[in-house]
Design a binder for this molecule. Sequence first.
Ligand code: FES
Ligand SMILES: [Fe+2]
Length: 358
Amino acid sequence: MELGPQRSTLEHGSLEDLVDWRRGAISGEIFADPAIHARETEQLFPRAWLFLAHESQLRRAGDFVSTFMGADAVIVVRDGDGTIRGMLNACRHRGMPVCRVDSGNARVFTCPFHGWSYDRSGTLVNVPLLDTAYHNELDTTAWGLIPVPRVASYKGLVFATFDESAPSLLDYLGDMAWYLDSMLDRRDGGTEGLGGVHKIRMHGNWKLVAEQFAGDNYHAVFAHASAPTAWSGDDPEGAAPRFSGSMSSAGRQFAGREGHGTAGFFLSSKALTGGLRAMTDDHRLVADYYDATNDEVADRLGAERSRGPSGTAALVFPTFTYLEESSAPPPLGSAIRRGPTTSSSGVGSWSTPPRRPR
Ligand code: FES
Ligand SMILES: [Fe+2]
């Protein structure tokens, strides 16, 4: 049901009335009320640290990714001196997007409308007919692409914010960094993005994704039971009973003041690899990998986080989610990328396996 502006719940109460975090109860209005979405557009997305890319997508000078920060299209590019920059994907002449592909390598971004060109740092470097159309009076230094003021990385993940006064990325991540490390810092080589980005258009408010990843592992024992059952049939030692046992076991739930959250099952390493071995030959290869690297990871992160890939879902508020999932290794990162609206969000995901130590 579409709510008209006159029906907005915000006219009769506050946001606090819609979210009772002590009881874990939220009103469905937060997923549907256009007034709430308008407030998020003004107050949340311009201020939060938003995920842009994995550094391995931007290895060489000129490598770029086009994505979104809230409703704003941005280009993320590694410039000639190695800095990763973010800039609005909007020509300063009449606002056309200057980059129309998802990723690639470029020396310049040339607007398809009148041909203004911008280099990798966003500087306006060519204006057709500068002499006759502008009598050489256009100050090209004043018309570069608008930069995203702050871009920072955490162990391979690139984030940015439009808010110059935002806390540092590390402060913003807070305790969530401890959990992120069980995916990002398992081995000395860090991680890399594998393959391309798998994109879907989701017909639903962006918070459906955010809230789900932040803490619902309850669904797994039921909703995901069919896959292990298909692998193992009614074998009492097979994947299905192991999966059901592990998904019913006690885990850890974390919710941070910044809005981040995660829920996961930190199984014994034997239970983790035992479950994998009960599935397919491919999963047995992954089990061998976890067994071979477990001591190394435990030395870096401690025993609990070495067993991270045993069914963890997580949200770095507001738009970066990931799964560390024993039945679908390697870990999957995804981000709500495309300008979320009240009822539609684009999601991109890719795999981030650990890299061998350098
Ligand atoms: S709109 Fe880009 S050159 Fe005119
Ligand atoms: Fe799930």
